[in-house]
Design a protein around this ligand. Structure first.
Ligand SMILES: Cc1cc2nc3c(=O)[nH]c(=O)nc-3n(C[C@H](O)[C@H](O)[C@H](O)COP(=O)(O)OP(=O)(O)OC[C@H]3O[C@@H](n4cnc5c(N)ncnc54)[C@H](O)[C@@H]3O)c2cc1C
Length: 404
């Protein structure tokens, strides 16, 4: 009997778990190595779903049970809370935690290794030898880098490929449904809602509560506030409560209290009461700077990049996890249809690299709404178009944008 082929997968989040599920389905042996010493929970918050994500969840065996909350429509409100535009759009909103749980259940715990940090890889043309900071080494036919936007696998094989700061960041959090005022619950809670002051976006939608609790009264409302800020401002924001300078973002408990107080004060000046109510009930708001990039190749010898490690877009489409699933499925499809692993990897790269790049460029297009770095005539045309809240509702986080 020929020996099973084996992949070592770095990153135990969305793309790593998708890759493990799809590769196992085509008969590969897989092991996932995640640097976090503890189970991944409570990351980020809301995730918009797309048909491509549903398909990947079904095809990977994770399924879509109790995936999230369906909203019937989206609308935009003004400062007074009045609806100024509306679109019917049924969408299921889920959470990072729910997806992680569903995907985590597809893998035998014996093949999911916490507390393993990728340190390097050696290749000899047909094999990889992967080294971990903790001292372990693993041999395999393929190394899959599913270790996110700051991928250390990518840093090892393509160090010049670096994420680019978009010039804006978001404040986020998810207040508990039970803490919100009746008016907020009635007016915005069941819906996908936009508030769009100049060069800002506030977006909200319902998601499940702790432990995927979908019961009314136990859910949360995902709150996102886009703000413009140059690299200098971002650098200042990345100085934490103890005066320590962070490179990219600050762990939520360490975000400076004066920064949060200032943010809350600025919100009081511009936001409708329903969104202020959300913000007041977020005990620990945190910020995420927005970056994007697309690697010119997803394959370097016997190393393949999937998910955010290969390309990452600004989150205006809410498509990152769908893309992670699509990458993993395409990788497995290519390996299933070519005996020659290198030919399969070339095929994977040819199919998915252009898609990742298209998604990234689409995110930049939608990002023009914030009016940062408008370089071309097309940027300015798009910026102009997106000053209209109807256009924003037609473009932001909508399904099937890739087909358009
Ligand atoms: C504000 C915001 C909103 C978003 N909204 C949506 C949305 O609505 N819908 C959507 O689909 N997507 C959304 N996304 C994108 C989505 O979160 C990402 O695309 C997705 O998490 C990518 O998954 P990943 O597994 O590739 O990377 P990650 O989720 O970043 O996981 C990478 C994993 O690799 C591990 N790792 C890193 N380095 C090492 C190492 N050296 N050794 C071992 N392990 C390592 C990390 O600990 C981590 O667990 C959003 C993103 C942001 C920032």
């Amino acid at each position: 009997m020929p020996r099973n082929r084996r992949a070592v997968i770095i990153g135990g989040s969305m793309s790593g778990l998708f890759a493990a599920a799809f590769l196992r389905r085509i008969g590969w042996d897989v092991d996932v190595f995640e640097r976090s010493p503890v189970e991944l929970v409570g990351r980020g918050a809301g995730i918009t779903t797309h048909p491509e994500l549903m398909e990947a969840l079904e095809n990977s065996g994770a399924g879509t049970a109790d995936l999230g909350i369906e909203v019937p429509k989206r609308f935009a409100i003004d400062r007074g809370g009045k609806i100024i535009g509306e679109r019917p759009l049924r969408q299921i909103l889920t959470s990072w935690d729910r997806l992680q749980r569903l995907l985590r259940e597809t893998i035998d715990p014996a093949h999911y290794h916490l507390g393993h940090t990728f340190a390097g890889v050696d290749q000899d043309g047909s094999k990889v030898r992967v080294n971990f900071a903790e001292g372990r080494a693993e041999a395999a036919d393929l190394l899959v880098g599913g270790d996110g936007i700051r991928s250390s696998v990518r840093a090892h094989i393509a160090p010049d490929v670096q994420p680019i700061y978009a010039g804006y960041y978001i404040w986020r959090g998810a207040p508990n449904e039970a803490d919100l005022q009746p008016e907020t619950l009635r007016r915005i809670f069941p819906y996908f809602v936009f508030f769009l002051p100049e060069r800002q976006q506030v977006i909200g939608y319902p998601i499940s509560g702790f432990n995927n609790d979908l019961r009314p009264g136990h859910r949360r409302y995902n709150f996102i506030w886009y703000r413009v800020g140059d690299t200098q401002k971002l650098k200042q924001m990345c100085v934490d409560e103890n005066g320590h300078q962070h490179a990219y973002s600050v762990p939520p408990p360490l975000i400076r209290k004066d920064l949060i107080a200032q943010m809350r004060a600025e919100a009081e000046d511009i936001m409708p009461e329903v969104f202020l109510d959300c913000l007041r009930n977020i005990a620990q708001p945190f910020f995420t700077p927005i970056y994007d990039f697309s690697a010119p190749s997803l394959v370097y010898g016997r190393v393949a990049l999937v998910g955010d490690a290969g390309s990452s877009s600004r989150p205006h489409m809410g498509f990152g996890v769908a893309k992670a699933g699509g990458d993993a499925q395409a990788l497995a499809d290519a390996l299933a249809s070519h005996d020659d692993i290198d030919k399969a990897l070339a095929r994977y790269d040819a199919v998915r690299q252009p898609i990742g790049e298209r998604i990234m460029l689409h995110g930049r297009k939608l990002g023009t709404h914030l009016g940062v770095n408008l370089k071309t005539e097309e940027d300015r045309r798009m910026w102009q178009l997106l000053q209209d809240e109807g256009a924003m509702m037609d473009w932001i986080a909508v399904p099937n944008f890739l087909a358009a």
